[in-house]
Every structure is written in C-alpha cells, then in structure tokens.
Design a protein around this ligand. Structure first.
Ligand code: CTP
Ligand code: CA
Length: 223
C-alpha cells in the first residue's frame, strides 16, 4: 500500500477531492441516493496527502474514516457540494471529482413526512448543477480530474465527458464489470487525456488506482 512512499511530489500543492454519493432529501426521513461507497475518493485523498499535498476532502455521507492529515468537509446534497467546492476552487492546484453527484433533486422537499394514501405518485425532479462542468468553465491553471461511471459505450461516453467538462484527465470506469466501481474494493479503469492518450489498467485495488492517479496529477502539474 506504500507503493510511492517517500515521494513528496505534491509538497506545497493544495488538492481538493470529492467523494461519496450525494443524498437529495424528499422529506425529513427520506432521500434519493446512489450506490457510491466513497472508497475511491477516500483512497485518492489519502494518496494525495501521502504525496505531500495539503488535502481537502468534500464528502457526501459515507461509512469511512477520514484519512489521517486530511481536512474533511461533510456535505449531504449536490447543492451543498457545489458551494463547498466552488468557494475553494481559486485556492487549490488540483480538483479530483470522484463523487457520485445526483443529477436531479426532488422539486419539492416536504416539511413533514409524506403520508401514504394508497394512490400512485409521480415525483417531480429538477436538475442539479454540474459541478465539474462549472469548474471546467472557470478553471485557470488548476488541474481538473473527472470520473465517468458508465454501463455502456464506455470509451465514447467517457471521451465526450472529458471534452464537454474541459478536464485534464478523465478516469473511465465500466461499472458493469465484476470488480469495478460501486461498492467494490477494486476497480478497472482507463485514464483518458485530451491529447488522445489512453492508459488501460488491469484490475487493481482502489488504493493502487489512487496512487497511479496521483502520479499522473504530479505529471500534469509539472512536478
Ligand atoms: N459531476 C458533477 N456534478 C454533477 C454530476 C456529475 O461534478 N451534477 C461529475 C462527477 O463527479 C464525475 C463526472 O462529473 O466526475 C461525471 O459524472 P457522471 O455521472 O459519469 O456523468 P454526467 O455528466 O452526470 O452524465 P450522465 O450521468 O448522464 O452519464
Ligand atoms: Ca450523472
């Protein structure tokens, strides 16, 4: 697990990582969520910290312990994550968006617990802002890393996201593969770069993926 131990590549750099799946409240006792465990993002925060970066973790709810030395800001919703990330963007050198952000939230958040009445219901959803796309529009010198979790057309969808969101590196992840993605301890990823480079990795632990990612981030920062 200490594959890159001793390498202080990111000393003096400031990094922000998002992790976990946002929760979008429906009423005081219910929310819309997703299957993200937060493990990939927490492993990245740990690897960045071990490489010497001052590391901020903006985390949606998870069961995980915050890695030693990492500053954690807890959020619940996509809008809270948006605020936490955007207010810090100008002061960081790299942002890694590993969080599974809800694309939609309930249009209305009921103040009281919604009661059943035996009839069918339709839930109205409204779009959340795309945090990564907004960072892509605002970025100056920051290195931006995005993730793409796909169940079909992995490469085409991932390349499209990379260009649309103006990221420097996109981690593509086929979540239908056994041993990849949500809930897994391991991941099978490819790194895509805007210049067309692509690196395919074999199945690795999320900690190993994080270490490879940190090494690429150091390259992109020119250190
Ligand atoms: N993302 C974000 N804000 C959102 C939605 C996604 O910052 N509101 C980020 C994720 O953290 C991830 C990247 O965008 O780094 C891709 O997320 P993904 O869900 O794969 O792509 P979407 O652009 O949301 O497209 P879709 O879900 O339709 O495939
Ligand atoms: Ca999405």
């Amino acid at each position: 697990a200490r594959f890159f131990a001793g390498a202080d590549w990111l000393k003096g750099k400031k990094a922000l990582v998002t992790a976990g799946g946002t929760q979008e409240p429906l009423d005081p006792v219910r929310y819309l969520g997703n299957r993200s465990s937060g493990r990939m993002g927490y492993a990245i925060a740990q690897a960045l910290q071990e490489a010497g970066a001052e590391t901020i973790l903006v985390s949606a709810p998870t069961d995980l312990a915050v890695p030693a030395g990492v500053t954690c800001i807890q959020v619940q919703t996509a809008l809270e994550m948006y605020d936490a990330v955007l207010t810090r963007f100008s002061e960081v050198d790299v942002v890694i968006k590993a969080a599974a952000v809800a694309d939609y939230r309930p249009a209305v958040q009921a103040e009281q617990k919604i009661k059943k009445d035996g009839t069918s219901r339709t839930l109205e959803l409204i779009p959340n802002p795309d945090i990564l796309a907004e960072l892509g529009r605002r970025k100056t010198s920051q290195v931006l890393v995005g993730f793409a979790a796909e169940t079909e057309n992995l490469l085409a969808n991932a390349q499209d996201k990379m260009h649309r969101k103006n990221v420097n590196l996109l981690v593509a992840n086929d979540v239908t593969k056994l041993g990849a993605g949500f809930g897994s301890l391991t991941n099978i990823v490819s790194f895509l770069f805007p210049d067309g480079r692509k690196i395919d990795f074999p199945q690795m632990s999320k900690h190993e993926v994080a270490q490879h990612l940190v090494r690429e981030v150091a390259n992109l920062l020119g250190v």
